[in-house]
Design a protein around this ligand. Structure first.
Ligand code: ZN
Length: 453
């Protein structure tokens, strides 16, 4: 029996024990937006990591702490596991079938806040590490863990923490599991994510809302002026008209072109419950995937001016506001993009104010690196199915901290069920997928160690 076989067999035979470990983590609240239970949860994780033989410590930040752990096996490559132990708030308690911090098993799933996102998923890596140490005496490669306590609040202190601990956090690859497997039921391996910059445009032209009969012809209307401005920023066919906006968009590589064709994308399923039937645009599969992953967006997320409550009010509003987010791709820099947008706004509407909000950088790891191929191969082996290879997810995450600041390949293999209900009520994690996740991590560790020999 190979050492991997031994490990996999142990993972199956300790299913109940692993499930209890997840229950232990879920019963400790850790809501970063309020801070509820976060420090206590960090302590539990730290103890859990020490218990299996890792050097673990709590790393304070200007906000909530991170948990760090490592076990170095000389002469082996190092895998950095990232995860987050904080959760979203629970929302309306009445919508939960069982209380969010009282883990309950129904239909082969564990229900509770943080099961899928992300305590249950980060635990798979801890248990896989435990499996090797217990059954083989040692790990096949070195591991480091960095568990974020603020991911659900935007990981605001993660970049600083990483900047200040570059030497400590050195590794050959960063691996993490968050989000669901592909909705087609196949596993997915994700090599990056888009960045983001949030901005707000405010134009305040008059001292108060005015009677449109008395003043409508005589004073400027900020709502119209904002609309005119916005029409200079994006064409009706979706192209952003801000000068230089696309200058740094990195070209798609031939390998990315190839894998995009293999990503299942069913227009009907994807827009189910989103678009009204019969409305467009009619997307071609490959074009849709390219627009979704490799191109930046400019989205108006809110537009407010004047009287928006019920009934009419015949006024000239004194102020108009637009909130927008721009999803960015490598190598667009969020601050540079903000500057371009601000310059554009100032050119057309000098009196407008442009306010910068949150940002994240995009991240993209090369599919053709040896470690990329190793991870794809290991996931295929673990699942006995080819994973969907996703060059970039459309959303944004703090992955750039690893790929850009620490300059390591960063690969995500999500383990949760597509209906994990994360951020909502009745969040859950399929126990079969939880166990499959532990096994997948074991395969990945073994493959990375093997790939290095
Ligand atoms: Zn989340």
């Amino acid at each position: 029996m190979t050492s991997l076989d031994k490990v996999l067999r142990w993972i199956d035979s300790t299913r109940d024990q692993s499930t209890q470990k997840m229950a232990r983590l879920i019963s400790q609240p850790s809501v970063s937006s309020t801070g509820e239970g976060v420090k206590e949860c960090a302590k539990i994780l730290c103890d859990m990591l020490k218990e299996i033989g890792l050097d673990a410590k709590i790393m304070p930040t200007a906000g909530l702490p991170a948990v760090y752990a490592e076990r170095i096996v000389p002469g082996t490559p190092t895998v950095m596991f990232y995860g987050h132990y904080d959760t979203q708030p629970v929302g309306d308690l009445n919508l939960w079938v069982t209380p969010p911090f009282e883990p309950a098993i129904r239909n082969g799933r564990m229900y509770g806040r943080g099961t899928g996102d992300n305590k249950g998923q980060l635990l798979t890596h801890i248990i896989a590490v435990d499996a090797f140490i217990k059954n083989c005496g040692e790990l096949p490669c070195s591991v480091k863990f960095l568990l974020d306590g603020e991911e659900e609040s935007g990981s605001i202190n993660l970049a600083t923490l990483v900047e200040e601990n570059k030497e400590l956090l050195k590794a050959d690859v960063c691996y993490y599991s968050d989000g669901p497997i592909h909705y087609s039921g196949r596993p997915q391996v994700v090599f990056g994510c888009r960045g983001i910059i949030d901005a707000e445009i405010v134009i305040e032209e008059n001292m108060r809302d005015c009677h449109s009969g008395h003043y409508g012809a005589l004073i400027p209307n900020p709502a119209w002026r904002l609309v005119h401005l916005l029409s200079t920023m994006k064409s009706p066919d979706g192209k952003v008209l801000v000068e230089g906006y696309y200058d740094k968009v990195r070209a798609i590589t031939p390998a990315e072109e190839e894998v995009v064709k293999d990503i299942p994308f069913n227009v009907k399923d994807y827009f189910e419950g989103v678009r009204h039937p019969g409305t467009g645009p009619e997307w071609d599969h490959v074009d849709a995937m390219k627009a979704h992953m490799f191109m930046p967006t400019m989205t108006i997320s809110g537009l407010v001016s004047g009287h928006t409550a019920e009934g009419m009010a015949t006024i000239v509003p004194y102020k108009a506001t637009c909130k927008m987010d721009m999803r960015l791709v490598p190598d667009q820099d969020p601050d540079e993009i903000f500057d371009l947008v601000e310059k554009h706004v100032k050119k057309y509407l000098p009196e407008a104010e442009v306010i910068k909000h949150g940002k994240m950088y995009a991240s993209r790891t090369d599919l053709e690196l040896p470690v990329s191929k190793t991870v794809i191969g290991a996931v295929a082996e673990a699942w006995d199915a080819d994973p969907v290879v996703v060059p970039l997810s459309g959303a944004s995450c703090p992955e750039y901290v690893f790929s850009n600041i620490l300059e390591m390949p960063t690969i995500s293999v999500p383990y949760a069920n597509p209906d994990e209900g994360n951020h909502g009520p009745n969040e859950n994690f399929s126990l079969d997928l939880f166990i499959q996740g532990i096994k997948t991590t074991a395969h990945v560790l073994e493959a990375i160690a093997r790939g290095n020999k």
